[in-house]
Design a protein around this ligand. Structure first.
Ligand code: SF4
Length: 381
């Protein structure tokens, strides 16, 4: 029902109130620049892992370049069908404590309040949410709010999904107002790729802007955790969208994974980080890709990932270099600190078990490993 409402509301062009509207597509036949042969080859991929894009984002693709990074980000590829990983690679279902609520670190809760995104990133680690059988996201957040209200240690709530900025402004207002009514919730963050997928979701949307103005106060700011993966996503409209968020009181920062063929290149990553820092949306986390089913073509081994990250941050200013390179592992957020000829050095930046917090971990260097579980700690011979 939500899907129908959103797709009904997003007719192409300009709406009656003068807002720009992007047009969503869910079938490969709707992507004019794909050939019939390509559509035939890619249909089995779409049958397994959902496809969704929009006309604005598709215009960012250079269709003459088969390896175009924006194309890679949004258009399926056959290698997704390779046998690889699990659908829930970080075992998020194990920390789901109420419908739509994940609680892994004492002070932080995730509220999965929407099961749609402005497009579906091919490398998404939550692609299971877009599958018809999934029930981890809820549109009724009442039990989730009750859980958060009953747990006074939670001072930090991340609205995520799917993309919370695809909710109607009225529903977003209701959600944020309900969280603001819980005294111990100090920080509200919104994880969103809409500034990249559809800048007009905020730009032309006075009702949405009013939500930010009303609830991002000097004492308690709202944080927008943006998700730009490549410098070409930072179009003039996207930069205007960031400026609009800032003008309405929002603090912006960026988090994204390292993606083969998209940003796994020190030059590209450095350019992305510089542009983001210039625009007032400095990087926060760079994530090692989770070994998620369907994501084989987008994965970068840990060692090469660290080398790319390290080269990138060495050539940018301090603000652009603030990103931590982390693995969101089932046991916690593990920061990759350094790699030398023999070892990989890591530290628990966040930990599911508080006893692991800050724990230093040294593993034997393995240039083929993609994930923490594949590494061998030095105390194991
Ligand atoms: S915006 Fe995030 S949740 Fe949505 S498809 Fe992309 S990676 Fe997945």
């Amino acid at each position: 029902m939500i899907l129908q409402a959103i797709e009904f509301a997003t007719a192409h062009g300009t709406s009656a109130n003068g807002r720009n509207r992007v047009k969503y597509v869910r079938r490969l036949e709707q992507v004019e620049d794909l050939t019939d042969e390509e559509r035939g080859r890619l249909q089995p991929v779409v049958d397994r892992f959902a496809f969704r894009a929009n006309d604005y984002y598709l215009t960012l693709i250079d269709w003459d370049d088969p390896g175009d990074p924006i194309r890679r980000l949004i258009i399926p590829c056959e290698e997704e069908l390779a046998d690889f990983g699990k659908l829930d690679a970080s075992n998020e279902s194990a920390i789901t404590v109420a419908p739509g609520v994940q609680h892994k670190y004492g002070d932080t809760a995730l509220l999965l309040c929407n099961e749609l995104c402005g497009a579906y990133c091919r490398y998404c680690f939550r692609k299971r949410l877009f599958m018809t059988t999934n029930a981890e996201v809820t549109t009724d957040i009442t039990p989730g709010l009750e859980y958060i209200a009953a747990h006074r240690e939670i001072n930090n709530v991340l609205l995520t999904g799917g993309d919370p900025l695809l909710m109607s402004p009225r529903r977003l207002r209701r959600t944020i107002a309900a969280l603001r009514a819980i005294p111990h919730v100090e920080i509200i963050r919104i994880g969103s790729k809409m500034p990249a997928f559809d800048p007009w979701r905020v730009l032309d949307n006075e009702e949405m802007q009013a939500v930010f103005r009303d609830f991002s106060t000097p004492e308690k700011r709202i944080y927008l955790m943006a998700h730009f993966d490549h410098p070409r996503e930072l179009t003039p409209e996207a930069i205007d969208g960031i400026a609009c968020l800032i003008d309405n009181g929002v603090i912006c920062c960026n988090q994204c994974p390292l993606i083969e063929g998209v940003n796994a290149d020190p030059d590209v990553l450095a350019e992305l980080y510089e542009k983001l820092s210039f625009a007032g949306c400095p990087p926060y986390y760079l994530f090692q890709g989770r070994p998620t089913a369907g994501n084989r073509p987008y994965e970068v081994p840990i060692v090469r990932g660290y080398q790319i990250y390290n080269h990138a941050i060495q050539r940018v200013s301090g603000l652009a270099a603030r990103a931590r390179f982390c693995m969101s592992h089932e046991s916690g957020k593990i920061q990759i600190l350094h790699v030398d000829n023999r070892y990989i050095y890591m530290k628990y930046h966040r930990a599911k078990d508080p006893r692991d917090l800050g724990r230093f971990v040294v593993c034997h260097r393995d240039d083929d490993a993609y994930w923490f579980d594949q590494l061998r700690p030095v105390d194991q011979v």
